[in-house]
Write a protein that binds this ligand. Structure first.
Ligand SMILES: Nc1ncnc2c1ncn2[C@@H]1O[C@H](COP(=O)(O)OP(=O)(O)OP(=O)(O)O)[C@@H](O)[C@H]1O
Ligand SMILES: [Mg+2]
Length: 249
């Protein structure tokens, strides 16, 4: 079983990782106090995600999906509660250690791609590895292999704004994979794409979960795509309303 899309022959996974928790969320809450009163982002959320699982988070606008995802990725600290990544209680770490863990262990994909338009596709993909200190030639090689894996190697020297939406999201996926993270967090990754392109991008995420055993948590408004994930967590008013195991995938 491959573990790294940039390589064909590396095997880090084994059967004993199948049931291991990649991510554990314990009593996570996020509030903001404003003059108008307390704003609830999320309230006492609990769930566990297994290694290699593809989980969707669904719910109405304003229900707390992005707030939750940002805390899973340590972009924001919770008001209370814990997030464990590979057993590490991440909010016990200081800010620089949290940043290092995020850079190494987590890949982010956003609805609007969040690419840097003034530099090339290849440099965008390399960026997380510049931060983690990967040497230049390894970095370049790896970025090109990932772009090749995603079918857009020919666009390596283009600026992102010259690419289609689907191609830009593939660049964002390549960037998310650059440091070979265990967890990929995607906030409405198909939200700006037409149905066909969105399905193609989703199928890439599904492949990363099923073949490469990346753990993926995807926020989506698309019920059809949510049903094709292993499990859907439905959020309403900042709490989990329901969890559905999607069979037949
Ligand atoms: N930094 C912040 N300060 C104050 N309130 C916030 C902040 N971030 C989010 N909120 C509030 O928290 C609630 C949840 O927002 P969130 O962005 O998580 O919703 P969402 O489910 O992602 O919605 P959408 O589907 O529209 O993206 C909203 O009421 C929002 O206004
Ligand atoms: Mg959101």
């Amino acid at each position: 079983m491959e573990s790294d899309p940039a390589k064909n022959n590396i095997s880090k996974s084994s059967n004993d990782t199948h049931s291991r928790a990649a991510l554990e969320v314990r009593h996570i809450s996020k509030f903001w106090d404003s003059p108008a009163g307390r704003i609830i982002g999320v309230k006492n959320i609990n769930f566990t995600v297994r290694t290699g699982e593809l989980v969707s988070i669904v719910g109405p606008s304003g229900s707390g999906k992005s707030t939750l995802l940002n805390m899973l990725g340590a972009l924001e600290r919770p008001t209370s509660g814990q997030v464990f990544i590979s057993g590490i209680d991440i909010f016990l770490l200081d800010d620089s250690r949290v940043a290092a863990l995020r850079n190494k262990s987590i890949g982010f994909i956003f609805q609007s791609y969040n690419l840097i338009n003034r530099t090339s596709v290849q440099k965008n993909v390399e960026f997380p590895a510049v931060i983690s200190g990967m040497d230049r030639s390894t970095r370049r090689n790896r970025a090109l292999k990932l772009l090749d894996f995603l079918g857009i190697k020919s666009k390596a020297q283009f600026k992102p704004f010259n690419l289609s939406g689907g191609e830009q999201q593939r660049v964002a996926i390549a960037r998310a994979l650059m440091n070979n993270p265990t967890i990929i967090l995607a906030d409405e990754p198909t939200g700006n794409l037409d149905t066909k392109t969105g399905t193609e991008v989703f199928n890439l995420l599904k492949l990363l979960s099923s073949k490469f055993r990346r753990t993926i948590i995807m926020v989506t408004h698309n019920d059809g795509l949510a049903r094709m994930t292993d499990r859907s967590i439905q959020i309403r008013d900042g709490t989990i309303e329901k969890e559905v195991i999607n069979t037949g995938n």
